[in-house]
Design a protein around this ligand. Structure first.
Ligand code: ATP
Length: 447
């Protein structure tokens, strides 16, 4: 047997201790059960590329579900089996997820593979994968621990920074791989190999994409929109005429491109603020990709992407609320309303909607006001709570919400900055005084 490259040193150097221990234990466990165990796919690619990645995918030559069961017996945690696919997901006590798959030697499942009988089951497993760089495995069994399994020249491709499919029917088998090619190419700065590029163009020309289920297209689109550079990916999808192939309404028009560019700016700005929770970036980009559509067109796109009733409804509602909020903001700006009004306008809108509003209306001062809301107004804490209202003898009930809300409005407008004033304001509101008379009294008292 040819001596394979051993990367146990690299593993030790690159991986966090708990992942390293997990890999070693998995190998030992496999030995006990008489199975060869490998860590495979993107995890191995990222070790070689020195990119952090903690998504552990194991392939077992043996019974993957039995392996997952044994793993939880030895290491604790729980597992969920998918007998139909002979796969399992293990969740260890630390919360670490481990995907376990079974490598099988079943001739009829691999019409594209030729000399089937000569293939070991790990080779068959790797042959089903999308690109050479994702088709690497590392032996975990103690006697071969760290040995790299590279049947398809993945190490050379990583060195040359090129994405290549494993065989010419790859995109026929699964056209979503086209989107994946673009995503990995942008993420790692790899080019798409010449032959692979021709196969993509051929697949698009023959409309393979039309056959694809909406859910699969949407899943890959969502992954694109979660990358660091979605717009670059979308442009390349556009160059391959992929967006229009998914649906003509999704074509990348110049106005949409402008909105997407602004979304990228706004998302990057917001990420740097480290405000938890971080927004679902894909949703903001998706709103931009659907900008300019009316409700009916959006419904058509939702159908093509096989949205559940609920998802379709949620996004359609969000689009409507964004439009209403924009209208409200224009009015507010026009009559120069108080900040509290801005606050109450923006408050019901999820952060994704607020970010989209900023991107869609990049002009000052609107963008400035939404960012003021996101960075300052939204986080303003009251010095009093419902407990304090109880403490000063206000009967608990639905009034609490409305009283606290009105106090909050005043605080945002710069009145009642301290706790005592907020309490006093709450007390007077509770006995039916209006905010206006209260504020009038404060002002005259100050004179
Ligand atoms: P990421 O870093 O984005 O998670 P990944 O390479 O880990 O990328 P996953 O989508 O998690 O990608 O898939 C895990 C592995 O499964 C990939 O490395 C690849 O080998 C294989 N794979 C995933 N999707 C496909 C597909 N459509 N066709 C063939 N193989 C696939």
């Amino acid at each position: 047997r040819k001596r394979e490259r051993n990367i146990s040193g690299l593993l030790r150097e690159r991986l966090p201790k708990d992942i390293l221990a997990l890999l070693k234990n998995a190998g030992k466990l496999g030995q006990k059960l008489g199975y060869a165990v490998y860590v495979v796919g993107g995890f191995v690619r990222d070790v070689l590329l020195k990119h952090p990645n903690t998504d552990v995918d194991l392939v077992v030559e043996g019974d993957g579900i039995a392996f997952a069961a044994a793993m939880t017996r030895e290491m604790g945690g729980r597992y969920k089996a998918h007998p139909k696919f002979k796969t399992a997901v293990v969740v260890l006590p630390s919360g670490q997820r481990v995907d376990v798959a079974t490598a099988r030697l079943e001739y009829y499942e691999y019409p594209a593979a030729l000399p089937t009988v000569e293939l070991s089951s790990i080779k068959m497993d790797l042959y089903r994968r999308d690109f050479t760089v994702n088709a690497l495995a590392v032996h975990l069994s103690p006697d071969r621990y760290g040995e790299l399994v590279d049947f398809f020249g993945a190490q050379r491709d990583i060195k040359d920074r090129v994405l290549r499919v494993l065989h010419s029917l790859s995109f026929v088998e699964d056209p979503t791989r086209i989107v994946r090619a673009i995503r990995f190419s942008e993420r790692f700065g790899f080019r798409i190999g010449g032959q692979t590029d021709r196969l993509i163009k051929n697949a698009v020309r023959h409309s393979f994409f039309h056959r694809l289920s909406g859910s699969r297209v949407f899943h890959e689109l969502q992954l694109i929109l979660e990358e660091k550079t979605p717009l670059a990916c979308l442009r390349r999808m556009h160059d391959y005429k992929l967006l229009a192939a998914i649906h003509p309404l999704l074509a990348l028009t110049p106005p949409r491109e402008t909105v997407l560019m602004e979304v990228e700016n706004v998302i990057n700005w917001y990420r740097l603020l480290y405000i938890e929770p971080q927004p679902q970036a894909w949703l903001v980009y998706f709103l931009a990709l659907c900008s300019g559509m009316d409700a009916e067109q959006f419904a058509v796109v939702g159908k093509r992407l096989n949205f559940s009733k609920r998802t379709a409804g949620d996004i359609a509602t969000l689009r409507m609320r964004i439009r209403e909020t924009a209208q409200g903001l224009f009015n507010w700006e026009y009559h120069k309303g108080p900040l509290s009004e801005l606050y109450f306008l923006m408050e019901p809108l999820p952060v994704e909607g607020a970010l989209f509003l900023m991107a869609r209306n990049p002009r000052e001062p609107l963008q400035k006001y939404v960012s003021l809301y996101l960075t300052t107004l939204r986080g303003k804490r009251l010095e009093i709570t419902g407990n304090d209202l109880k403490g000063i003898g206000i009967a608990p009930g639905p009034d609490y919400t409305s009283i606290l809300r009105r106090v909050r409005g005043s605080v945002i407008d710069g009145h009642a900055p301290c706790r005592a004033e907020q309490l006093e304001m709450a007390r007077r509101l509770a006995v039916g005084e209006s905010i206006e008379s209260l504020l009038a009294r404060r002002t005259s008292g100050a004179h």
